[in-house]
Design a binder for this molecule. Sequence first.
Ligand SMILES: CC(C)(COP(=O)(O)OP(=O)(O)OC[C@H]1O[C@@H](n2cnc3c(N)ncnc32)[C@H](O)[C@@H]1OP(=O)(O)O)[C@@H](O)C(=O)NCCC(=O)NCCS
Length: 324
Amino acid sequence: MTPPAGKIVRVDLDETAARLGVPVEDVERVHRLAGERPSAPLPAKADAPAILDRLAVPPDDAAEIMAGWPDPGSPLWTPELRWLLDRSIALVRADLGGHDWLPPGPELPRGRGPAWRHLYVYAYLALLDVVTGYHRDHGITDAVSWATLADLGRNLAVDRRMHGEGWPVMQSWLTLHARGAVYELGRLQYQRGETAIGLHIPETGPMTPQAIEESLDEARAFFPRHFPGERHTAFSCGSWLLDPQLLEYLPEDSNIIRFQRRFELEPYQEPEGLDADVEVLRFVFRTLSTPLDQLPRRTALQRAIIDHLKTGRHWYWRRGHFPI
Ligand SMILES: CC(C)(COP(=O)(O)OP(=O)(O)OC[C@H]1O[C@@H](n2cnc3c(N)ncnc32)[C@H](O)[C@@H]1OP(=O)(O)O)[C@@H](O)C(=O)NCCC(=O)NCCS
């Protein structure tokens, strides 16, 4: 007797999850959110080196991405990987224009080769045409589009420094870029929201007050011009950078303290699924697993982070805002 159609799908999802080495709930989520929605093709392989260059992808990563390219018939790409790539693209594409956190799929065992390692990079490449089309519909210049999208290369470089520890967060972070939610305008990145525009601080050198002010001015003009239907009244930020305990360690005229002073802090709320002690190590030391005694103590901030944790105290992820 033929089992009901629902049953067949269920068995496939179990098998797919087992072959991918991930929890079945994660595969069910992809199946549910992507459904039969349209995917998008990757760029032509011949164009990929120039595109990766434009996306600031470092040579080591570019070489791996080219080596693992999902050519038809490539033995690196099992049916499960091809299914996940196709449905992950569809899942992210279905939320084009959305601005909430959106994992593109399960965390994969990335040590199994370049297809596994870079599956969500291929999804990002497939979405380039879709998102640049969205940018064009909003009158956004090519310069802003590509400055924004080149965060891919920066993230791959950081992940390499972190020996792969950084990627699980990055694969979700980068779906914001691929959905037209994040824009890089000068020193800062901006995430569209309901009433506030979220600020993000990429690692691109010191955040001088002048660079911040120029960037904020750019954003003040950018969002009303390109998203006239959205009403933003505040800039907001959630970060380890807003922890007032940093005042105990850093000089008043440091960039971080001057950045803090722009914000009205919101009452502390424990962020869901986020340990600020770990996040500080991620952003300041680019490691999540090195023992405190082995971390470098070259700068005032590094010494502050280590000494604070060694006395048994904690860092806090704080949220704040200020009017646009
Ligand atoms: C946010 C950031 C740009 C601030 O750098 P900055 O403008 O140099 O900051 P400050 O002027 O306040 O620096 C004060 C001290 O801390 C040090 N410092 C700042 N950021 C540092 C970092 N990420 N790693 C090591 N030391 C750092 C500075 O060198 C300085 O110490 P010194 O006087 O001994 O040289 C920088 O920390 C950074 O790039 N972080 C990674 C991205 C990030 O954290 N984003 C927010 C995610 S929520």
